[in-house]
Design a binder for this molecule. Structure first.
Ligand code: FE
Ligand code: ZN
Length: 521
């Protein structure tokens, strides 16, 4: 047998004399993945891998798991090391040139806050989740793929923390994202999404995150933030975005391969996988409500509207994907038509809710400028002027009389997605809030939609345990009974919240960029 290429490093005379034949990529990959696994003998395989069967997924042949990139570990470290060097060189230059002052205006930073508070911790959660899934899948190809993704995601969390730490020196709301992620009400939306996936079985986890999240929805999550950063002069964020993008394309490809692998292994897997696609589409879509408002309201220079993004990335591209999957028996996710109907309303309703509760967030909100309202009217001709503009104009008039509206109550949360019950019945009456209920063991639970109710009804024992921030506040578990008790407990400082007009961010920005020339001594 030829000596494998990776032994060539050994400095023995024999190998120096006759250089062995270079292995093909495929051979190297097989040696560096499939050959690394073994059948256990001291303990039965079922005891070593106790979690890859209870979901009902049947795998007959793990060899069918194909990594389309055939990436070996040595090549992986080399590529990633190169990317790190480039990224950190650019971040250095960014900091030395005080390039944080090149963003459009200080309102933009709030999009970055939302990303750092709500998305960066998901990168870390993904790292933990893939490490866990890799441990629990018995196929070696799948384990190597999970290992690489676990490392990728850890790198994403770290590069984001390193990049954004520079903004933390100048702006509010960026100082304690790990406490905020665990405690702030709106961040329980992304947190519970990922914890739901991590506490499922390993096949559901990879279907949820690799397929549902990375493949179907990533263009609607990651891309709007990165193109938003590019449009608004935030080159630091664009750079970590680019650095993560080549990992991202690997993750997306993997997501599709996983679903095809499961469907090719056994016909009994089809209904299980379809159920997961339905569930994770809906959970992912609800999470995107935060992105919708970011796109339409938080970017001083807008890339495209949420409605346009939904049409391109879900209705068109997603439609083609599901046409392709039809030969496996997979259909479009349940309630996709509801999501499409909501596209004219989603961002306005979400932003209005954040506007109501800005005193309990670690970011600022504001009423759109007149030219921004006109942009919204043009992008949403059927909905904005009719349902939302009057509301914003009314709030604007209150603010001008020094009576800026903050909602003093606490909203009811959906038991599944944990978003306040803010979504309306856009089909028949867009002014009426949708409210669904289920009774489980004598207790009533509330949902924002049929999609969320379905998820609960399928596994009630799981979702009755959900940590709902509002319910926890009422039970006295969040630092005390006053607003300041609760926000202190969340590590939110006074400068982090409130209307942008009164914020330190705005005052500082104007001072630094001389936009308020004359107002400062
Ligand atoms: Fe990532
Ligand atoms: Zn919900």
């Amino acid at each position: 047998m030829n000596k494998p290429a990776f032994d060539v490093q050994a400095t023995n005379a024999a190998s120096r004399k006759a250089a062995p034949r270079k292995l093909s990529l495929k051979e190297r990959y097989n040696l560096m993945t499939g050959d690394l696994g073994w059948e256990t003998t001291y303990q039965p395989m079922d005891k070593v891998f106790p979690y890859d069967q209870f979901e009902g997924i049947k795998i007959h042949n793990w060899e069918g798991w194909q990594d389309p990139f055939r990436l070996t570990m040595d090549a992986y470290w080399k590529f990633q090391g190169e990317k790190e060097r480039k990224l950190y060189a650019i971040i250095d230059a960014f900091q030395q040139n005080n390039a944080q002052f090149n963003v459009t205006d200080a309102r933009y930073i709030n999009a970055l806050k939302l990303f750092f508070q709500g998305v960066s911790p998901l990168e870390y959660a993904a790292s933990r989740g893939y490490a866990l899934a890799g441990r629990n899948l018995r196929g070696v190809g799948a384990r190597v793929a999970c290992q690489m993704q676990a490392i990728d995601e850890l790198r994403h969390a770290q590069t984001q923390i390193h990049t954004i730490s520079h903004y933390n020196k100048f702006f509010s709301g960026l100082h304690e994202n790990s406490y905020m992620f665990d405690r702030l009400w709106y961040l329980s939306v992304p947190k519970s999404f990922f914890e739901d996936a991590m506490s499922a079985g390993p096949f559901e986890f990879v279907t949820a995150i690799s397929f549902g999240f990375e493949y179907v929805l990533t263009n609607l999550l990651f891309m709007p933030f990165m193109s938003g950063a590019a449009f608004n002069g935030d080159m630091a964020t664009v750079t970590f975005g680019f650095s993560a993008q080549s990992d991202e394309s690997r993750h997306m490809t993997l997501g599709l391969e996983i679903v095809k692998f499961l469907l090719e292994q056994d016909p009994d897997n089809l209904p299980i996988v379809q159920h997961w696609i339905d569930k994770w589409f809906w959970r992912g879509y609800r999470l995107l409500a935060l992105v919708a408002m970011m796109m339409d309201y938080m970017l001083p220079k807008r890339v495209m509207s949420w409605s346009e993004a939904w049409e391109i990335y879900f209705e068109k591209n997603g439609g083609a994907l599901f046409e392709d999957l039809a030969r496996y028996g997979i259909r479009l996710p349940k309630y996709h038509e509801v999501a499409s109907k909501e596209k004219g309303h989603l961002s306005h309703q979400t932003w209005a809710t954040f506007y109501n509760y800005t005193h309990a967030t670690a970011m600022h909100t504001w009423i759109p400028e007149p030219h921004e309202m006109d942009w919204l009217s043009a992008k949403y001709p059927d909905t904005f002027d009719k349902y939302y503009r009057p509301r914003f104009e009314y709030w604007d008039s209150l603010a001008k009389q020094d009576k800026r509206w903050f909602n003093p109550g606490l909203p009811m949360l959906c038991q599944t997605c944990q978003i306040p019950m803010l979504f309306t019945d856009v089909g028949s009456d867009p002014t009426r809030v949708v409210s669904r209920e289920s009774v489980y063991r004598g207790t009533k639970y509330h949902f924002c939609s049929d999609g969320c109710k379905d998820v609960f009804d399928y596994e009630p024992e799981k979702y009755v345990q959900a940590y709902l921030p509002v319910n926890q506040i009422f039970q006295g578990n969040c630092g005390g009974s006053s607003l300041s008790d609760v926000v202190n407990w969340c590590h939110v400082e006074p400068a982090d919240s409130g209307d942008f007009a009164q914020s330190e961010d705005r005052a500082n920005w104007n001072r630094w960029t001389h936009a308020d020339a004359g107002s400062e001594a």
